[in-house]
Design a protein around this ligand. Structure first.
Ligand code: NAD
Length: 499
């Protein structure tokens, strides 16, 4: 069935009208027009923030476990809509079906996590140095949260932020990628069903604003939005971070990665080959955690590259709606241009293309490519840069310290991993002097994180953490409270000031 028909049917089942508006959504699968959505103006962003402020004043007074009930209902609605929303993710972002379903499952998982969290927004009790006093550290709702998201996780990133923000007492204003507006509008419709079932939720707890960078900037510059959670390229983060800081706002930046795997002599190569294939080629290399650099011991390099070459030759490339496809399209022609430019640059920097690097499936009408493996003599400029496409650069090392230096020797710091069965190596990799990334894995590839851990990276990846662990603290305001229940007024540090 045509992508446009599948989209129209899924949108209808989800109760979404996407028949008019200035922003067209086209499928990366075949270039077909999937729907149209109205663009928000920067002035309308200001109005949305005003509405969110009103919602905040009511929502912050709702007990957190009751706020959790709304997120529980959101999880239920997502379960009911899972197939359709996942289908839209495939149609609009080009992910294979199981990855589209996985993305929606991640939304459900974070809702479950946040429901539990709604009863665990723990503060501290602290001993006071003054008699008859006690101290508390309490977490208070923060205010409207602006969420800016990238095309490659068109819905999960919203949920990582929204599920936590909502239980923390904060409304959310979401600016999705202009490349994936339909999945955003559909997610909003699912949220509204949950809010309706909840009954007395204030209006506008979740709003979507649609547009390009100017719409994002209106959100970024609004002083009524205390937290901007922005996911996307380092280029975007470089623009957003300083603007939010200039108004003393808080930003949570989830930016580009350049993730590596060290393959040591003791590695289980069967496992490594499978992990490499999924993390370098899955989502057509369009995950922030995609494997981009393979740092392999020189004794293994020939054999490993040969095995990878054979595995790559069998990869089914094509329509992600088909059950056996593993490699779908790149998001658009611009991404394919970037892929080709990187391959050319790698060659110019002395690289040898082992396989791939070509255009593929021209019959389908999307930007398909053959995933590339490129052996590089050094970690040159093209290797240190994130190209958002399936290119795996292979570097070799002799001593472990050399591998670690290569792994850490790029500007980005998102995800990293080592395949080794040598305890000394794996512990060194995980130690204070080991990987400098936000994520460090042993005998697992760098992509496919679970929601329970805090997710994010260091250096040019932006330093933000979202999703699990104590990432919720970014969505709250910390308040230190001191209570005097005595009849005296002693000052701290023994200061005397008697009047
Ligand atoms: P992008 O930077 O082009 O766009 C991301 C979002 O930022 C979009 O909504 C866009 O409209 C908005 N935007 C762009 N410029 C802006 C500005 N000046 N002010 C406000 N908003 C602005 O990224 P993309 O191509 O959609 O996504 C791919 C990138 O995202 C890759 O670099 C990838 O690594 C990164 N990413 C990171 C994570 C993470 O968690 N670290 C997750 C997913 C994607």
């Amino acid at each position: 069935m045509a992508t446009s028909t599948l989209t129209a049917e899924a949108l209808k089942r989800l109760g979404v009208d996407a028949s008019s508006g200035a922003l067209e959504s086209r499928s990366p699968i075949d270039g077909a027009l999937l729907g149209k959505v109205a663009l928000t103006t920067p002035a309308e962003v200001g109005e949305a923030v005003g509405r969110a402020e009103v919602a905040f004043k009511a929502w912050r007074q709702v007990p957190a476990p009751r706020r959790g009930e709304l997120v529980r209902l959101l999880g239920e609605e997502l379960r009911a809509a899972k197939d359709d929303l996942a289908l839209l993710v495939t149609l609009e972002a080009g992910k294979i079906r199981s990855e589209g379903l996985g993305e929606v499952q991640e939304m459900i998982d974070i809702c479950d996590f946040a429901v539990g969290l709604s009863r665990q927004l723990y503060g501290l009790t602290l001993p006071s140095e003054r008699p008859g006093h006690h101290m508390l550290e309490r977490w208070q709702p923060l205010g409207p949260v602006g969420v800016i998201s990238a095309f490659n996780f068109p819905v999960a990133v919203w949920s990582w932020n929204a599920a936590l923000a909502l239980v923390c007492g904060d409304p959310v204003i979401w600016k999705p990628s202009e490349k994936t507006p339909l999945t955003a509008v559909a997610t909003q419709a699912i949220f509204e069903r949950a809010a309706k079932r909840f009954g007395d939720a204030p209006a506008n707890l979740s709003q979507v604003v649609i547009g390009l960078a100017d719409v994002g900037e209106a959100l970024v510059d609004d002083p009524r939005v205390p937290l901007i959670s922005a996911t996307g390229s380092t280029r975007m983060g470089r623009a957003v971070g300083p603007r939010v800081a200039a108004r003393f706002g808080r930003s949570l930046l989830e930016l580009g990665g350049n993730n590596a795997m060290i393959v040591a002599p003791s590695a289980d190569l069967d496992m490594a080959v499978r992990a490499i294939a999924f993390s370098a080629v899955g989502t057509c290399g369009q995950r922030c955690t995609s494997l981009r650099r393979l740092i392999v011991h020189e004794s293994l390099a020939e054999a490993l590259v040969e095995r990878l070459k054979r595995a790559y030759a069998t990869l089914p490339i094509g329509d992600p709606l088909e059950a056996d496809t593993l490699v779908g399209p790149l998001i658009d022609e611009g991404a394919r241009d970037g892929f080709e430019a990187a391959i050319a640059k790698a060659r110019a920097e002395g690289g040898e293309v082992v396989c791939g690097g070509e255009r593929a499936r021209d019959d389908l009408g999307g930007a398909y490519v053959t995933p590339a493996i490129v052996r590089m003599p050094t970690q040159s400029s093209v290797v240190a840069h994130e190209t958002f496409a399936p290119i795996l650069y292979v570097l070799t090392y002799r001593e472990f310290d050399e591998a670690l230096a290569l792994q850490n020797g790029v500007p980005q710091g998102l995800s990293s991993c080592i395949f080794s069965t040598d305890l000394r190596e794996t512990e060194a990799f995980l130690s204070a002097a080991g990987s400098d990334c936000g994520i460090a894995n042993v005998n697992i590839g760098p992509s496919g994180a679970e929601i329970g851990g805090a997710f994010g990276g260091e250096k040019e990846t932006g330093g933000g953490r979202e999703s699990g662990s104590d990432a919720w603290k970014a969505y709250m305001r910390r308040q230190t409270q001191t209570v005097n229940w005595s009849r005296a007024l002693p000052l701290a540090q023994g200061v005397k000031f008697d009047v």
